[in-house]
Design a protein around this ligand. Structure first.
Ligand SMILES: [Zn+2]
Length: 320
């Protein structure tokens, strides 16, 4: 039987999986990512890792049905090209799919890590296989993946689903990494919550347990959420404002793909229902009523395995 090979490549480790043709997981493990010499060993190490399982699993890598790879950088999905990646020490454009096909002899499909994680959660995790799912990852930035009719949205140049750059802060208070101001990422990520706490502290919320951390520039989204949960006014105001901006972005998305699930992942989502209850409070009155019906907010379930599942799913969708 032909196998499906899946790799979610990160700056520190690569999560690897071997699936059968029905997408049942046969084996999963991880290897270290060697980013030396502009990342030139990464793909050959992944190939060797798959080869090392041939005897145990009684299969041949070159007879596999396809390989799916998630990469932590901007990917031209149609052509399988990664456009540089600081975390992997890769500069300039690299044709990841051709390189891996050359090494392994296996047809290969490549997407960015946020997209493969969204697809993994959609089909194997919190999305329960629903055909309309949006994943929002709240980390240092705001990552996303939009799945419509069971497939990831990529768009013309790969910017489809980049929900972290939806404009929501019309006062344009904070600079975004993309060069613009006012993006969702500047007010709802870990960095965004820190932006809001610092801004309001300088305006009118001086009486807060966060004063010392703000003065010393050591305040984090975690300490802001903890302060909010303990009833601190600045903490509450910042989390509430972040929730309102998330609700605005979700409301916009809702009239485009009408998702059944919004899945939250990433460090900030560990605030759990404390955050999602606030989001719901704003989302429902803001949203076109039929689109708000039957929408559920859920937490990601697969953790670090999500990308590996999504990479396998891509093979099934595009190469089989
Ligand atoms: Zn932006």
């Amino acid at each position: 039987m032909g196998m499906i090979l899946a790799a979610d490549i990160g700056g520190t480790t690569c999560k690897l999986g071997i699936f059968d043709e029905t997408l049942s997981l046969i084996e999963k493990w991880e290897i270290d990512t060697d980013i030396a010499d502009e990342g030139k060993y990464i793909l050959s190490n992944v190939y060797e890792a798959f080869k090392s399982k041939e005897e145990k699993l009684e299969f041949k890598v070159e007879e596999s049905l396809g390989a799916g790879i998630g990469m932590p950088g901007p990917v031209d999905f149609k052509n399988g090209i990664l456009d540089g990646c600081i975390n992997l020490n890769i500069r300039g454009k690299k044709s990841i799919s051709s390189i891996f096909e050359g090494i392994s002899g296996v047809r290969t499909i490549v997407d960015n890590d946020a997209n493969v994680a969204a697809l993994g959660e959609q089909f194997k995790g919190a999305g329960h296989g629903h055909s309309e799912v949006v994943m929002i990852t709240l980390g240092t930035g705001v990552g996303g993946g939009v799945i419509a009719d069971g497939r990831l949205i990529h768009g013309t140049g790969g910017s489809g689903g980049e929900i972290g750059h939806i404009p929501v802060d019309f006062a344009e208070r904070f600079q975004c990494n993309c060069g613009k101001k006012g993006c969702l990422e500047t007010v709802a990520s870990a960095t965004g919550m820190v932006n809001l706490a610092k801004f309001h502290h300088s305006q009118d919320f001086r009486d807060t347990v966060l004063s010392e951390e703000i003065k010393n520039n050591t305040v984090t989204s975690k300490s802001i959420v903890e302060a909010a949960m303990a009833g601190d006014h600045l903490g509450e105001f910042a989390v509430d404002e972040a929730a309102r901006y998330l609700a605005m972005a979700m409301s916009n998305i809702s009239v485009i793909t009408n998702p059944g699930y919004f899945i939250f992942g990433g460090g900030v989502s560990e605030a759990g229902t404390f955050l999602t209850d606030k989001i719901k409070k704003y989302y429902t009155p803001l949203t076109f009523p039929p689109a708000a019906e039957d929408m559920e907010i859920v937490m990601a379930e697969l953790g670090n395995d999500a990308g590996m599942y999504g990479a396998a799913r891509l093979v099934r969708q595009y190469l089989m």
